[in-house]
Design a binder for this molecule. Structure first.
Ligand code: ADP
Ligand code: ZN
Length: 621
C-alpha cells in the first residue's frame, strides 16, 4: 500500500467502521506515526480514544498487530467490540484453557486475526515466541503502558519483558505506547523500559469537558448517596469506598433500600467478582460498590456517575477512578463525599501501611513523605472554594482559563470563598488558652461546641465554659467552625494527637493568613430551606450538549430499552451495540432513513447493517 493510499484510508476506516466523522485531538498524529513506522507514545486521558490510535493502523498495515494489555476483562471487551465491527480479533491470556489457547494460536498461525490482544506474561511462553518468529508482526501497541513503571499505581513486572520480546523479533515492528497516567517519572520510565526508539511523544490536554466534578460534605453520607442514586434510576454508576468493610455495608444497605447493586473487592472470591463486574457491564445492576480493586479492567463506556464515598489517597487515583465516568463522551458526573475523618484514615494508612518489601528504609521514608504531600493536595481539592477542574488540571501542570469551568460544584453551586482569618484567630487563641490552663488536649467537636457557646455535658465536665473564648463564635454554625478547625489542621497550625482519642494540639506553627478561606456552599442553611436543596440537586445535572425535552427523553428511554433487548439476545453489553452518546445523537437527529442514520456519530456501515433498520423503526414508530 502506498503512503497516499493509507492516508486516504484512515478517514474511510474511521467513518465506515466506527461511524465517526473526524479524529479527536492526537489520534491522527499517532496513526500517522505508526503508519510511517515511527515509535510513538501518547499520554491521553481516559476516554480520549486511545484504541482508535492503534486499531486503525492495525487494519491498514499488512501484518498482525499485537496489543499488550494488562487485564483480561479489558481484552475481552475490546475483542467483543471489534468483532461487532466485523474485525477479526482474538485474545490470549490466562482465562483460556490450554486447549483454547492452542486453538487460538493455531488460528493466529493461519493468519486469521488482524489484531491479537495478549497478556504480557504470555509473550515469553515458547509457543507464543514460536508464533512470533513465523508471523509478520507490523505493530506492537502497549496499552496501559504505565504498568512498566514502579512509580505507577499498577506496576506489572512482566511489562519489563516487552522490550526484550520486541528485540528478538526477526523484524522490528512499530511500537506504540499508551497511557493516561500523567507524572513525569512514569513517562520517563515508559520510554526507558519499553526502549522506544526516538519516539514521537504526544501529551494531549487532560481535561474531560463532559465530566462534572463535585465535592460535598454530607452530614450523613449514606442518605446522600441513596438520594443521589434514586434521583437517576436509569443511569449506571460506580461507588468507590476506601475499605472492603464499607463496600459491604454500603452495598447491603443499598440492596435493602431497593437499589440494585453489586459489590466488588479483593476479599471476595474470584467468581463473585467476575459476576459482579459482568452484572454491571451488562446493565443488570444499577450500581457497583467497589474498592479501588475495581479498576483498569472496566471498559464500560456508559458509566454515568462515579461517586467516591471516601476521599482517595491522591489526585492521581481520584482522576483515574473518576475518569471511568462518561468515556462515551456524553455528560457524566464525578462526585466526592468528603469528611475530615477520611483524611485521618488516609494518613494513618500512609504512616502505618505496608511498604513494598525490597525497599530500604530511606526509600520507604521518601515514599511516605511523597504520599503525605499527595494526600495534602487531595485534601486541598476537597476544601478549595475555587474551580475544581482548574484545581485538578493545575495539579497535573495544565493551565486553565481564569473564571472557572462552569461545570463543577464550586462554579455552579453557591459556593463562595469565605474569609475566616478572624475566626481562625479565635480558634487558635481558644486552643492556646485551654492548653495553657489545663495541659491536656480536647477533640474538635468540643472545641467547636465551646466556641459556639453550647453548654453540653462534655463542656461542663471539661470546664470549657471558663475559657475566655467560650462563645466567641456564637454567630457561626458549628459545622462551619469545624471547617475552620479543619483548615487550620490542613495548614499545619493545629494537628491531631497521635493517641487513641483524636484530640487537637498546637504545632507551634502559624497559619498562612492570606489563605484563610473556607468554602461557603450554603450548606448550613439548607436544613431550613428544603426547596433550595432540591433545586441544587437539579442544577447538578449538567446539560453539556444533551439537554432533553419531554419527547426526547421518552424516545431516549425507548431506544435504551431496545438496546438492552438487543444486547441481551446477543449476549453483549448494551454499550457495545451503541453508546449513550450515539443514542443521544439518534434522538437529536431523528433519522428517517439509512442515510440519515449513517450521519449519526457512532453508526458505521457494519452497525448500520446490524441495527440500522430496527432502530429506524423505533424512532419512526
Ligand atoms: P481510551 O482508551 O482512551 O479511554 P477509548 O478508546 O475507549 O478511550 O474511546 C472512548 C470512546 O470514544 C469510545 O466509545 C470510542 O469509540 C470513542 N471515540 C474514539 N475516537 C473517536 C472519534 N474520533 N470520534 C468520536 N468518538 C470517538
Ligand atoms: Zn469549575
Amino acid at each position: 500500500m502506498t503512503e497516499d493510499k493509507m492516508t486516504q484510508d484512515k478517514y474511510t476506516v474511521l467513518k465506515q467502521l466506527y461511524g465517526y466523522d473526524s479524529f479527536r485531538e492526537g489520534q491522527e498524529r499517532m496513526i500517522d506515526d505508526i503508519l510511517s513506522h515511527r515509535d510513538c507514545f501518547a499520554v491521553m486521558p481516559t476516554g480520549a480514544g486511545k484504541s482508535v490510535c492503534y486499531q486503525i493502523p492495525a487494519l491498514l498495515l499488512p501484518g498482525i498487530t499485537l496489543v499488550i494489555s494488562p487485564l483480561i476483562s479489558l481484552m475481552k471487551d475490546q475483542v467483543m467490540a471489534l468483532k461487532q465491527l466485523g474485525v477479526p480479533a482474538a485474545y490470549l491470556n490466562s482465562s483460556l484453557t490450554p486447549r483454547q489457547f492452542d486453538l487460538a494460536l493455531d488460528n493466529a498461525f493461519r493468519g486469521m486475526y488482524k489484531i491479537i490482544y495478549v497478556a504480557p506474561e504470555r509473550l515469553v511462553t515458547p509457543r507464543f515466541v514460536e508464533f512470533s518468529y513465523c508471523s509478520d508482526i507490523s505493530l506492537v501497541a502497549v496499552d496501559e503502558a504505565h504498568c512498566v513503571s514502579q512509580w505507577g499505581q499498577d506496576f506489572r513486572p512482566s511489562y519489563l519483558n516487552i522490550a526484550d520480546y520486541i528485540d528478538r523479533l526477526p523484524e522490528r515492528p512499530a511500537v506504540a505506547a499508551f497511557t493516561a497516567t500523567a507524572t513525569d517519572a512514569v513517562r520517563e520510565d515508559i520510554v526507558r523500559y519499553l526502549r522506544l526508539s526516538s519516539p514521537d511523544i504526544l501529551i494531549t490536554g487532560f481535561d474531560r469537558p463532559n465530566l462534572y466534578y463535585g465535592v460535598e460534605t454530607p452530614g450523613k453520607k449514606y442518605d446522600a448517596l441513596l438520594t443521589y442514586v434514586r434521583e437517576r434510576p436509569d443511569e449506571h454508576g460506580i461507588v468507590y469506598c476506601s475499605t472492603r468493610k464499607t463496600v459491604d455495608e454500603v452495598c447491603d444497605n443499598l440492596t435493602a433500600d431497593g437499589v440494585s447493586a453489586a459489590k466488588y473487592h479483593a476479599g471476595l472470591p474470584d467468581a463473585d467478582r467476575r459476576t459482579a463486574q459482568e452484572d454491571f457491564t451488562y446493565d443488570r445492576v444499577q450500581v457497583i460498590v467497589a474498592t479501588n480493586a475495581f479498576g483498569m479492567g472496566i471498559d464500560k463506556s456508559d458509566v454515568r456517575f462515579v461517586v467516591h464515598y471516601n476521599m482517595p489517597k491522591d489526585l492521581e487515583s481520584y482522576y483515574q477512578e473518576a475518569g471511568r465516568a462518561g468515556r462515551d463522551g456524553a455528560a457524566a458526573e464525578c462526585l466526592l463525599f468528603y469528611s475530615p475523618q477520611d483524611t485521618h484514615v488516609a494518613k494513618y494508612l500512609i504512616e502505618n501501611g505496608e511498604i513494598d518489601t525490597g525497599i530500604d528504609q530511606e526509600t520507604a521514608a521518601k515514599v511516605r513523605e511523597r504520599d503525605l504531600l499527595r494526600l495534602d493536595k487531595m485534601v486541598g481539592y476537597c476544601m478549595t472554594p475555587q474551580c475544581l477542574r482548574g484545581y485538578i488540571l493545575g495539579y497535573f501542570g495544565e493551565k486553565t482559563a481564569p473564571g472557572g469551568c462552569g461545570n463543577c460544584s464550586n462554579c455552579r453551586g453557591s459556593a463562595k470563598a469565605l474569609g475566616v482569618a478572624d475566626e481562625a484567630g479565635k480558634v487558635m487563641r481558644f486552643v492556646e488558652a485551654h492548653t495553657e490552663r489545663y495541659g491536656f488536649s480536647i477533640g474538635p467537636k468540643n472545641i467547636a461546641d465551646a466556641l459556639k457557646g453550647r453548654e453540653t455535658d462534655d463542656i461542663s465536665r471539661l470546664g470549657l465554659a471558663s475559657n475566655p473564648y467560650f462563645g466567641a463564635l456564637d454567630y457561626m454554625p458549628t459545622e462551619r467552625i469545624r471547617r475552620v478547625i479543619d483548615l487550620l489542621v490542613y495548614q499545619g497550625a493545629l494537628k491531631y494527637s497521635e493517641g487513641k482519642y483524636r484530640t487537637i494540639e498546637l504545632t507551634g506553627r502559624k497559619a498562612a493568613a492570606e489563605s484563610l478561606y473556607i468554602k461557603d456552599d450554603g450548606r448550613e442553611s439548607r436544613k431550613s430551606d428544603r426547596r433550595r436543596e432540591k433545586s441544587k440537586g437539579q442544577i447538578r445535572r449538567q446539560d453539556y450538549d444533551d439537554s432533553m425535552a419531554g419527547d426526547d427523553s421518552e424516545l431516549y428511554g425507548r431506544l435504551k430499552a431496545l438496546r438492552k433487548r438487543l444486547a441481551d439476545t446477543r449476549g453483549v453489553p448494551p454499550y457495545v451495540i451503541f453508546s449513550d452518546k450515539t443514542l443521544l445523537e439518534i434522538v437529536k437527529r431523528r433519522p428517517k432513513d439509512r442515510f440519515d442514520m449513517l450521519e449519526c456519530s457512532g453508526v458505521g456501515e457494519r452497525k448500520l447493517e446490524l441495527y440500522g433498520d430496527i432502530f429506524l423503526k423505533e424512532v419512526n414508530r
